[in-house]
Design a binder for this molecule. Sequence first.
Ligand code: GRF
Length: 228
Amino acid sequence: MDPEYVFLPKSRLAVLVSGRGSNLQAIMSACASGQIPATDVVAVISNRPQAPALALAAAAGIPSPCVDHRRFADRSSFDAALRAQIDDFAPDHIALAGFMRQLTPAFAQHYAGRMVNIHPSLLPAFPGLHTHAQALGEGVKLHGATVHFVTADLDAGPIIVQGAVPVLAQDDVASLAARVLAVEHRIYPQALAWLVSGRLRIEQGKVTIDGEKASGISPCVWPGTEDL
Ligand code: GRF
């Protein structure tokens, strides 16, 4: 058969959101440009009906249902409904992009190795909420963002890529968050490109790219590699 006509199915990515959707936008743009190769965002799912990210998805013609966590009595019934909604779209991978609900261990296990999250700190520093305030409070000089696999432990899964930014003397939460967000928009598409291409392996809790430690690929972004 002429190789031009070989049919390769595209990988299917579902994105979970709760808010603004700037990382979703970066992911959708990277799928459209091919930076995340041969991948369709097949669903954007929110736990908040008012999330602006839902409108972004709808404008792009992407199904964008909401599973409102307030309609469920407890975490496990919400997770069961969310899981059913996700699985309706049969995604290969799931990206949490500003998804602000903690997930049950059973949920994390169901998507083990297929679900990733972006967290606005250089993990393992500052897990949880208010990471920029935590960073300013501790007086750290480098801060940043991390893309990691999702496991049962909050913000503690194997790290795929990190991006660092300087903390400047005049920073407040807003200025620091904006600097970190710019690096988030760079590292999340990169991590997803590796993930959908099957280039990531988890060995003893650590991620390798292309199956070897010396792949020659640098899974970090440093100050000086971008306009700050
Ligand atoms: C990002 O900073 C992300 O790291 C954090 O929540 C924020 C979401 O922003 N988990 P957006 O909705 O992608 O604009």
